[in-house]
Each structure stands twice: as structure tokens, then as C-alpha cells.
Design a protein around this ligand. Structure first.
Ligand SMILES: [Zn+2]
Ligand SMILES: [Zn+2]
Length: 349
């Protein structure tokens, strides 16, 4: 495991946390006064139709997995799910949105390709939405505000026009750091052709070219089913992990430790931990346990492509649990949160 890069929360906040504060620009401030307009839900029917069609096609793709696909095709769909998932978790989320570690150019290019396979908007937009989500969690400015219900937090937020507060606050979020990264700029500029190739054409043709699968199966299984599955696993972080689970680190916030999401989203379901310590590259205090994304980042660190991995010290985690977690009230969570056993020791000091 990498060494603790930072020991003090103040060091981390001062030096390395992405600039989540509003841009101090008086002219912009004036334009961004709270709007007087009353918000009413406007459904984007094009998205409703496309998303419905995608999910119907994905169900058909799942059927084809069992009745006509070669095993290599099903395996390829799984591998593409892992690749796209890592593009979102290790790439867009932990690297670009949170700057929880740094990556050299070859790794950034690889992660941008992976992120394009997942087709969840380009890195810049995904990261901006995510920074707004952290800064304004469970408010109207949160793009997938879970106070509007499970369905809205899961997929509904993509089917309606954004709340004006999301747009307003999104414009205020500092994103200059991402625009300085040429990988982010190039991916943003050529996003449409890139996404057509990486999310649809490549997954359709690889099974056809390498093991003589039909294009039909490649399209329905490796492109559409795999795409819909990855989307839903990512959305669980916004829905399930904001509704169900324990709150060992901060009992006052909705994000929770949701184990189903941990498995589906490659280690991203430790969401109470993540909202409490968003700069931790591992997004968990449990190292590799159920955390494919952390394994991947550690592997990249081992070969020198990832560096400056930020991690919260066990002492800081323990103190935070004692101060704001529900562990002192609800007891030790055993296997899943081992350092809780030390809380009693800490109290007796
Ligand atoms: Zn969240
Ligand atoms: Zn996050």
C-alpha cells in the first residue's frame, strides 16, 4: 500500500483539494443571483424515449446472452463493463473530479478511453456535475438530489431539465484545473465521434473480428446491454448509496455504506466514507476489500503511472468516527469497519 501522503486534514485542504469554492468574479456573481423563476419539472421526452429504448434493448441483449451468444462475447461484455467502470471510478471520479491522486499522461489517456466506453458525458461535464453534487449534496443544486426520491436520484435527473440552481452553481464551480489537462480538452472536443467508436462500434466489431460472433449479438450484448448495465451500476451510487446503509463516519449526512453498490460500482459504495473524506484515493478505509478501483490505482502506482496517492490516516478516521459517526451509538460493524474496535481504546486514553 502507498504511504500516507498527508497526515493532517488541514494540509490536505490547503494544498490538494480541488477548488470547490465559488469563483470570485463580481461580474459573474451578478449574473448568478438566485433566480426568481419558479421551478417546474420539464420532461425531456427525447431522453425518456432513448433511455427506455436502451433498457428494452438491454433486456433483449440479456436474453441473447443465454440463447445465442458465444461465451467469449459474454466475457467481453463483462470486461468492457469493468473497463468503462474504471474509467468512471478511477478516472473521472477519483482522478479528475476529486484529484485524489495524480496520473501520468499514458494513464490519463487510458482512463479517458475507458471513460468514453462508459458514455456518461465527457470528463469535464461529469466532473463538474460531481463537484456540484459534493458541494451542494441533497439540495436543489445537487444534480441528482436524493431528497427528490430514489427514481430521481437514480435516472430521473437525466430525464428532466436541470433545476436552475444546478446550472447556476455548476457555473460557479472551479474547473480550470481540468481545462489545463489536454486529455480532458481533446476528449471534450471530439466527444461525439469518440463515444460512437468506443461505446458502440468497437464493442460491436471486436467479437465479430476476433471470434466470429454475429454483429447482431455484439451490438445487443457488448454495446447496449453492457452500456445499460454500467449506467445502472454507476447510478446506484447516487440512489441506493444515498438511501440505504450504515453511517459510521458521519451520521448527519444521507450517503451510506451500501455493499451492493460496492460490488456493482467497483468499490464506490463506501459512500458515507467518501462524502466524509472525498480526497481519499481509495474511497474507503478498507484497502483492496471489494474495491477493484483501488486495486487498479495501486497497480498503476506500482508501475509508476499513478503517484501522490492521498489517503486519510487511521487516527483521523477513528477520531471522526467517534465525533460524528453512528458507531458509538450502534456498535462495532465488525469485519467491514475494523478500526471501530479501537474507538473504546481511544475513549479510555
Ligand atoms: Zn454522493
Ligand atoms: Zn465523489
Amino acid at each position: 500500500m502507498p504511504p500516507f501522503i498527508k497526515e493532517s486534514i488541514n494540509d490536505i485542504i490547503d494544498d490538494d483539494i480541488p477548488d470547490l469554492e465559488p469563483v470570485i468574479d463580481p461580474t459573474l456573481d451578478k449574473q448568478l443571483q438566485p433566480s426568481k423563476e419558479k421551478y417546474s419539472i420539464k420532461i425531456v421526452w427525447r431522453n425518456v424515449i432513448l433511455m427506455s429504448a436502451l433498457h428494452i434493448a438491454a433486456i433483449y441483449g440479456a436474453y441473447l446472452c443465454f440463447v445465442s451468444a458465444k461465451w467469449q462475447t459474454n466475457l467481453a461484455a463483462f470486461v468492457l463493463y469493468q473497463m468503462g467502470g474504471l474509467g468512471i471510478t478511477a478516472g473521472c471520479h477519483r482522478l479528475w473530479a476529486h484529484k485524489a491522486y495524480k496520473a501520468r499522461l499514458p494513464l490519463r489517456i487510458l482512463l479517458a478511453m475507458f471513460q468514453t466506453i462508459a458514455f456518461q458525458n465527457h470528463i469535464y461535464e461529469w466532473s463538474r456535475d460531481h463537484r456540484v453534487h459534493h458541494k451542494y449534496s441533497e439540495t436543489d443544486a445537487d444534480p441528482h438530489n436524493s431528497r427528490r426520491g430514489f427514481f430521481f436520484a437514480h435516472v430521473g435527473w437525466l430525464l428532466v431539465r436541470k433545476h436552475p440552481d444546478v446550472i447556476r452553481k455548476g457555473r460557479q464551480i472551479g474547473m480550470d484545473d481540468l481545462m489545463r489537462d489536454p486529455v480532458v480538452r481533446v476528449q471534450r472536443k471530439y466527444y461525439l465521434p469518440l463515444v460512437l467508436f468506443f461505446c458502440f462500434i468497437m464493442p460491436t466489431y471486436v467479437p465479430y473480428l476476433f471470434w466470429n460472433e454475429s454483429l447482431y449479438n455484439g451490438f445487443y450484448i457488448c454495446a447496449l446491454l453492457r452500456y445499460a448495465w454500467t449506467l445502472n451500476m454507476t447510478w446506484l451510487v447516487n440512489s441506493a448509496a444515498h438511501f440505504w446503509g450504515r453511517h459510521p463516519y458521519d451520521k448527519e449526512i444521507m450517503p451510506a455504506e451500501n455493499y451492493f453498490t460496492v460490488y456493482g460500482a467497483l468499490g464506490e459504495g463506501f459512500h458515507n466514507y467518501h462524502h466524509t473524506f472525498p480526497w481519499d484515493y481509495a474511497a474507503s478505509e478498507l484497502g483492496w476489500r471489494f474495491n477493484v478501483s483501488t486495486m487498479f490505482i495501486n497497480a498503476m502506482h506500482a508501475i509508476g503511472l499513478a503517484y501522490d496517492l492521498k489517503q486519510v490516516s487511521p487516527e483521523m478516521i477513528m477520531k471522526r468516527k467517534q465525533r460524528t459517526g453512528d458507531v458509538p451509538l450502534k456498535g462495532n460493524y465488525g469485519l467491514y469497519h475494523p478500526s471501530t474496535t479501537k474507538i473504546d481504546e481511544l475513549k479510555s486514553e
